[in-house]
Design a binder for this molecule. Structure first.
Ligand SMILES: Nc1nc2c(ncn2[C@@H]2O[C@H](COP(=O)(O)OP(=O)(O)OP(=O)(O)O)[C@@H](O)[C@H]2O)c(=O)[nH]1
Ligand SMILES: [Mg+2]
Length: 242
């Protein structure tokens, strides 16, 4: 943000000095501190991005069921962002503790809302905390929510050309879920081409083709999350996305 300071004296023309300050700096520091605290208590925080309707809430509901069905059940909670309504939190509540974060118009979540939601959840003892971001492939890419892992969903129904069009969302995400694979017979979506495009932006991107109707690919996805948490517990703490 810029601040303009007007300096004038009787003998000279006014001089405008532009002072640039990073107004996000304090919030970034708070997000980083949250990331450290969550690592210390053994909770992996995952920020989930996608365009509207790509299947975030469906995936998180299925993930909660998958984690709960493990021989040693794993617990998760969800903070779910939307511009309006608490519909997603109501859906999720059948599967895991969930709190709705309603932005009232903003197209992305910012860290203070995450902190508010975590407090509202009552800081439960969970292995995973998911933050479902607002459906949008642009703004959410620029905000650090204090997550350890950023995951992006690309659904087969929205086209395989999105990585090149929304490079920041792909560049800042550790993993890509190709969702709604059950629709592949009916849509023009080239899985190999989408993966190649995504990896041309982020070569180390992990990729998980999944469907929730019927469930498919969820074991590999949950296995990945468990491995990421294991790495967190072994001291590989902070991986902010830039
Ligand atoms: N065929 C099919 N439909 C799916 C799948 N996953 C989700 N859907 C449908 O896609 C629609 C959107 O799913 P949601 O889970 O609400 O998507 P979302 O990304 O959370 O949506 P927003 O929060 O509104 O951005 C719903 O009608 C789901 O039933 C899938 O794997 N296959
Ligand atoms: Mg949703």
């Amino acid at each position: 943000m810029s601040e303009h300071i007007l300096i004038s004296s009787p003998s000279t023309r006014p001089t405008v000095i532009t002072v640039r300050r990073d107004v996000q700096a304090a919030v970034i520091g708070q997000a980083d501190s949250f990331r450290q605290q969550m690592a210390a208590r053994g909770t992996l925080v995952i920020n989930v991005l996608s365009s509207p309707g790509a299947g975030k809430t469906s995936l998180l509901s299925a993930t909660a069921d998958c984690m709960a069905s493990m021989s040693t059940p794993l617990r998760m909670a969800v903070l779910v962002g939307d511009i309006a309504t608490d519909r997603d939190a109501q859906r999720l509540a059948e599967h895991a503790p969930a709190v709705q974060l309603t932005t009232g118009g903003a197209c992305h979540l910012e860290y203070p809302l995450v902190e508010h939601g975590w407090n509202a959840l009552g800081k439960p003892d969970v292995e995973f905390l998911f933050v479902e971001n607002i459906g949008n492939l642009v703004c959410p890419a620029s905000y650090d929510l204090g997550e350890h892992l950023r995951v992006l969903l690309l659904s087969t129904t929205e086209g395989d050309d999105k990585p090149a069009k929304y490079p920041k969302a792909f560049r800042t995400s550790h993993a890509l879920i190709i969702s709604k694979t059950d629709m592949l017979p009916y849509v023009h979506f080239n899985v190999e081409s989408a993966i190649a495009d995504a990896r041309s932006i982020r070569p180390d991107m992990a990729v998980f083709p999944t469907s929730t109707r019927p469930p498919h690919g969820l074991e590999a996805w949950c296995g990945y999350l468990i491995e990421q948490r294991r790495q967190l517990l072994s001291g590989d703490v902070c991986r902010p996305n830039r």
